[in-house]
Design a protein around this ligand. Structure first.
Ligand code: PNW
Length: 489
C-alpha cells in the first residue's frame, strides 16, 4: 500500500484524527469527537498523538554473524547452557535483518505511524570502538529509508542491552571507560541517522533492568552477581554513559533532534485516591527510582539512597552529576506493572504493598495486570519533574498465544490489557502529562531475553519455524484504535 503522500503528511494536513487512510462508511461516526455535556470536547488523545510499535535489535534481527557484526554479550550469554529457557538464542530470532521490508509493510498495513527500533552496537563497532563497520550502519540506513517511504517515523534507541563482548571483556559497565565508548558510538550513529532524517534518539533502554538483572541477580547478560557496592558503582557508570551520550548525540547530529532516555521507572500507584496516599506515591516515585530517573532528571542521588547504601555508596563527582543530568528534550517511559503505595508514619513516609498470591498476571509471572501504571506513571513523572515531552516507549504484555484451527490468534487477554492501559493513559493526559505518543511492545513475537521464545509479546504472531507472520486480533484492535485516534476505546 504505497501512497505518494505519507500518512504523517496526511495527518498534518487533515489533523491526525482523520488520518485513517482506509475510510469505511462508519468512519465519520467512529471518529466523531466525543462531546461532554458541557459542550466541550472531553479528555482524550491530542490530534497529533503518535501511535507506534517497538522492537529491539537482539530480540528481532538474527543474522548475528552477517555483515561484519561482532559478538555481543547476549550471544555469549544465550549460548551458555542454562541461561536462557529452552536453550534459545537470538541467532535467527525474527530474521528481521533480512525481512525488515516485509515487516515495515506489515506496520504500514496496520496504520502504525512510528517505529522504535534499536541499533546493535556490535554491528556498527564490532569490538566496541575503533573503525566503524560500514555494512553494519548500512542496515539501519536502509531500514530508515524503508520507514520513511511508508510515512513511518523512526525512533532510534542506541543501547538496548547488546553490548559488544569485547567491551565486556574489559569490564563492561564496571569500567568507567565504557561510558565514553558508548558516547562515541552514539554520536557516530546519531550523526549518520540524523543526516537521513531520524529526529528522535534514546540513549539507553531500561537502565534499571540491565543493571539489576545483568549484574545484580544475573538472570540477564552478562550474568553476574556483583554485590551492592559494585552494583552502585556500575549503575553510576551507566548513568554517566547516558549523560555523555546525550551530549555526544547533540554534538554530532545534523539539524534539530530530540534526545532522551527510555527508562522503566517503578510506577507507584496510590492505593486509594486520598491526598495522603497520592503524596506518598509522589515521594515513592523519587525514592524508588533514585539511582535512575531521579538522578538523571535532578542531578542528585537522594539522601535516602546514599544513606541506605552507607559505605557502599558510589564514588561520584559534581561534574559527573552535571553530565548525568544534561537536560533532555524527550523522556521515554516503559510501563508494564504498578507498585501500590500508601502513606505511612515510617521515616520514608510511604509503604509499598506486597501483592497477594492471587493477584492476576499475564503469561509472564512478573507482568501483573495493573494498568493504573499508565495513568500514575506519566502523571507523577510530570508532577515531579515536568519533562518537556513524554513518549510511552513500551507497554504491552505476554500471552499464551497460539493459532486456532482457522489459523487465527484470538488474543483477547492482550486486548483487555491494552484497552485498559490506553484508557488509563487518557487520565494521565487529562492531568496534564505531556504524552505525545505510545509504542506498543511489541510489533512481533520475539526473543524475550531469559524466557527465550516461550513468552510472546507481539501483536503479530511469528511461527519461529517458518517465520510466517500472522497479525493477532490485538493487531486489528490496535489498527482500529489508531484509526479512531484512541477516541473509540
Ligand atoms: C522490557 N522484569 O524488559 C524490555 O525493554 C524489552 O526488551 C522486553 O522484551 C519487554 O520489557 C518485556 O519484558 C523487561 O522482569 C524485562 O521485570 C524484564 C522485566 C521488566 C522489563
Amino acid at each position: 500500500m504505497k501512497t505518494s503522500l505519507s500518512r504523517r503528511d496526511l495527518g498534518r494536513l487533515l489533523g491526525a484524527s482523520a488520518v485513517a487512510s482506509t475510510a469505511t462508511s462508519s468512519f465519520a461516526l467512529e471518529n466523531a469527537p466525543s462531546v461532554s455535556p458541557m459542550g466541550r470536547r472531553s479528555e482524550g488523545f491530542p490530534d497529533r498523538f503518535l501511535w507506534g510499535s517497538a522492537t529491539a535489535s537482539y530480540q528481532v534481527e538474527g543474522s548475528v554473524n552477517d555483515a561484519g557484526r561482532g559478538p555481543s554479550i547476549w550471544d555469549t550469554f544465550s549460548h551458555t547452557p542454562g541461561k536462557v529457557a529452552n536453550h534459545d538464542t537470538g541467532d535467527v530470532a525474527d530474521d528481521f535483518f533480512r525481512r525488515y521490508r516485509d515487516d515495515v509493510q506489515l506496520m504500514n498495513g496496520l496504520g502504525i505511524q512510528a517505529f522504535r527500533f534499536s541499533v546493535a552496537w556490535p554491528r556498527v563497532f564490532p569490538t566496541g570502538g575503533g573503525m566503524p563497520n560500514p555494512q553494519g550502519l548500512d542496515f539501519y540506513l536502509r531500514l530508515v529509508e524503508e520507514l520513511h517511504a511508508h510515512g513511518i517515523e523512526p525512533f532510534c534507541t542506541l543501547y538496548h542491552w547488546d553490548m559488544p563482548q569485547a567491551l565486556q571483556d574489559r569490564g563492561g559497565w564496571e569500567s568507567r571507560d565504557t561510558a565514553y565508548r558508548l558516547a562515541e558510538y552514539a554520536g557516530y550513529v546519531a550523526g549518520k541517522l540524523s543526516a537521513v532524517g531520524v529526529k528522535h534518539f534514546f540513549t539507553m533502554n531500561e537502565i534499571r533492568t540491565f543493571v539489576e538483572l545483568g549484574y545484580g541477580n544475573g538472570t540477564h547478560a552478562p550474568g553476574l552477581k556483583v554485590g551492592r557496592k559494585r552494583l552502585a558503582q556500575l549503575n553510576h557508570h551507566a548513568l554517566l554513559g547516558h549523560g555523555l551520550s546525550v551530549q555526544s548525540i547533540r554534538a554530532h547530529a545534523v539539524g534539530d533532534v530530540q534526545v532522551g532516555v527510555a527508562e522503566n521507572p517503578i510506577a507507584p500507584v496510590p492505593v486509594t485516591p486520598s491526598g495522603d496516599d497520592i503524596a506518598a506515591a509522589r515521594t515513592a516515585m523519587r525514592e524508588e527510582n533514585a539511582s535512575y530517573l531521579t538522578a538523571i532528571l535532578e542531578g542528585v542521588y537522594t539522601d535516602r539512597y546514599l544513606a541506605g547504601l552507607g559505605v557502599d555508596a558510589p564514588h561520584f563527582t559534581a561534574e559527573e552529576m552535571r553530565i548525568i543530568s544534561t537536560p533532555l528534550d524527550v523522556l521515554g517511559l516503559n510501563f508494564y506493572t504498578s507498585t501500590y503505595v500508601r502513606a505511612s508514619h515510617s521515616p520514608a513516609s510511604y509503604e509499598t504493598l506486597a501483592l497477594p498470591a492471587d493477584f492476576p498476571h499475564m503469561a509472564s509471572s512478573w507482568l501483573t495486570v495493573s494498568p493504573e501504571c499508565v495513568h500514575w506513571g506519566p502523571r507523577l513523572v510530570h508532577e515531579c519533574w515536568r519533562p518537556k515531552a513524554i513518549y510511552i516507549t513500551e507497554n504491552g504484555c505476554s500471552a499464551d498465544d497460539g493459532l486456532n484451527a482457522n489459523g487465527e490468534c484470538l488474543d483477547t487477554g492482550r486486548i483487555m490489557y491494552l484497552r485498559n492501559c490506553l484508557s488509563q493513559l487518557e487520565h494521565a493526559l487529562a492531568h496534564g502529562a505531556p504524552v505525545q505518543g505510545y509504542f506498543v511492545w511489541s510489533l512481533l513475537d520475539n526473543f524475550e531475553w531469559a524466557d527465550g521464545y516461550g513468552k510472546r509479546f507481539g501483536i503479530v504472531h511469528v511461527d519461529f519455524k517458518t517465520q510466517k507472520r500472522t497479525p493477532k486480533l490485538s493487531a486489528r484492535f490496535y489498527q482500529k484504535v489508531i484509526e479512531g485516534n484512541g477516541k473509540n476505546l
